[in-house]
Design a protein around this ligand. Structure first.
Ligand code: ADP
Ligand code: MG
Length: 261
């Protein structure tokens, strides 16, 4: 599968981002850069600031200071829907998909890209119908790409857990993002589902050329698929580099000792 718009994928530059909650510094002057077309992992023990980082990048939380640049755009002052329309899509750690078929849920992901207004669609104008058909074709292509082709018309409520996580990923891809933010995409999955998801994430980078920023507790997976890893602990950046560099970094070993397996 290729990317329909051949627009360049910009760099994401987080510069000294600081987030505070009533006395607690959740992010303390954190800086890292996600290179275009790379898989970049954000890891760290519980409470390190990983989800806070995602919430800053997607416009849900505001920084007290610092900046987040995505190409020419400064994201820290933009509302979530503007950030989404710049090509930043996210998945959520806890998914609640209960209604509609796989196809219905993926069409929701097209929402920001749909030009024909409600009236044109309701009146079944030829232009609106053409656009609907084009969207549906692309959505089917994305379903095939993410391994959901055979489930296209299945109600999501009937899908096994692993497939529901895939629907969440596919829905984000339907926004045609340039940067995909994945919050724990293999949480709760069994070994086979984890391996399949790791392959899908790698193929997203390879086939679409987009950047992927991934928060994940599965260290084995991160070490296998990430091009670069940023490690946070108590809101501070403690290591940044290749998976090999980070794995051997004494600061990382110390942070994880006695905290998680
Ligand atoms: N909305 C919030 N209000 C208050 N404290 C928060 C909020 N969001 C996160 N925190 C705190 O910020 C710190 C970092 O949290 P979080 O980013 O969720 O960590 P992680 O995702 O790495 O486990 C934690 O101490 C957490 O309790
Ligand atoms: Mg979290």
């Amino acid at each position: 599968m290729s990317h329909p718009q051949q627009t360049a994928v910009p760099e994401l530059v987080v510069h000294e981002a600081t987030v505070r909650f009533a006395g607690l510094t959740a992010l303390d002057a954190v800086s890292f850069t996600v290179a275009p077309g790379s898989i970049h992992a954000l890891i760290g023990p519980n409470g390190a600031g990983k989800s806070t980082s995602f919430n800053v990048l997607s416009g849900v939380y505001r920084v007290a200071s610092g900046s987040v640049r995505f190409g020419d755009a400064e994201l820290t002052s933009l509302p979530p829907h503007r950030i989404a329309s710049l090509g930043v899509a996210r998945t959520f750690q806890n998914i609640v998909l209960t209604r509609g078929t796989v196809a219905d849920n993926l069409m929701l992901g097209r929402h920001t890209l749909t030009r024909a207004g409600f009236t044109a669609t309701a009146l079944r104008l030829p232009s609106a119908l053409r656009e609907q058909r084009r969207h549906r074709e692309r959505v089917r292509e994305i379903a095939e790409f993410t391994g959901l082709g055979a489930r296209f018309d299945t109600p999501v409520a009937l899908l096994p857990y692993g497939d529901r996580k895939r629907v969440e990923l596919a829905r984000a891809l339907c926004m045609e993002p340039k940067l995909l933010l994945l919050d724990e995409p293999v949480a709760g999955m069994n070994t086979a589902e984890r391996l399949a998801m790791a392959r899908t994430v790698t193929s997203i980078r390879d086939a679409l050329g987009i950047s992927v920023l991934i928060v994940e507790h599965d260290m084995g997976m991160i070490m296998r698929i990430a091009d670069r890893v940023t490690v946070l602990d108590f809101g501070r950046l403690i290591s940044d580099g290749t998976p090999e560099h980070v794995r051997k970094d004494p600061a990382v070993v110390r942070a994880y000792l006695g905290k998680e397996s």
